[in-house]
Design a protein around this ligand. Structure first.
Ligand code: IPE
Ligand code: IPE
Ligand code: MG
Length: 254
């Protein structure tokens, strides 16, 4: 099963992360630094997505998860929110053929009920069209929040298994994680945040428990294959102990 839990079992080591999760931050500042409207930064951000999907595919990443819109991003000015929605729709429409041909399987996670019905339909169609692909699992987190995810998992779990309410001791991690929206994927090995902030901003809070965290000051529109390679080199140097000691790891390698 691919959806292993880092707290229940130690994941296999790999040179390249099996699952890479990215907070694509800094579009607005990229644009502001060039005296352009913030929206220009989002448009350039889409180009970076294209580059990164391709680079990850070539490097053998199995799961790439991109944070595109958080449950808190609704707090932005309405014009920016609607531009982001339009851009999301346009990009889905334009890119789906390319993704299908590249062998990419696309999934969108998040509370999709808040989106316009036409966008919801487009999302379903895009997911169906690429459902047969398996070379790279690309997941876009849209109207996603880590806390929402844990809550919705709990609600679904209790709806399907009301017996846990009267016997809570029977509830364990494995039972709950099945209902998380990323249940199909192993936990991220590497997390990248561009744009200089060092925070999680309510991304995959449950799944990042043992993920290696990489922060770079580069703005997302400036991020490309070269920068991915630098992050992967850094990742390779990490000693992923998962609670054990260095000596234990060294003994295991012999
Ligand atoms: C990330 O870039 C994209 C989204 C959140 C949609 P920002 O728009 O947050 O860019 P900055 O952080 O303001 O520079
Ligand atoms: C996080 O970026 C969300 C996405 C990249 C979609 P934000 O720019 O919204 O995060 P904060 O508000 O600075 O924490
Ligand atoms: Mg930001």
């Amino acid at each position: 099963m691919s959806a292993t839990s880092s707290t229940l079992a130690i994941p296999d080591a790999s040179e390249v992360p099996r699952h890479l999760a990215i907070i694509m931050d800094g579009n607005g500042r990229w644009a502001t630094a060039r005296f352009l409207p913030r929206t220009a930064g989002h448009v350039r951000g889409v180009r970076a997505v294209r580059r990164i999907v391709e680079a990850c595919g070539r490097r053998g990443v199995e799961y790439l998860t991109l944070f595109a819109f958080s449950s808190e991003n609704w707090r932005r000015p309405p014009e920016e929110v609607s531009l982001l929605m339009r851009l999301f729709m346009q990009t889905l429409e334009r890119e789906i053929v390319r993704l299908e041909a590249q062998g990419v399987r696309l999934r969108i996670v998040g509370d999709l009920s808040a989106f316009d019905p036409s966008l919801q339909r487009l999302i379903r169609e895009a997911e169906e069209r690429t459902a047969h692909n398996s070379s790279l699992n690309l997941t876009i987190a849209a109207n996603y929040g880590g806390r929402w995810d844990v809550l919705q998992a709990m609600r679904h779990l209790l709806a399907e298994h009301p017996e846990f309410a009267t016997n809570p001791e029977a509830l364990n991690e494995a039972a709950l994680t099945k209902y998380l929206s990323m249940a199909f994927a192993p936990e991220p090995d590497l997390f990248i945040r561009t744009g200089g902030e060092q925070r999680i901003s309510n991304f995959l809070i449950w799944q990042l428990a043992y993920t290696e965290l990489y922060f770079t000051g580069l703005y997302w529109p400036d991020f490309g294959a070269k920068e991915i390679d630098a992050a992967f080199r850094w990742y390779k140097e990490r000693e992923r102990r998962f609670g054990r000691t260095s000596a234990q790891l060294a003994a295991q390698e012999k």
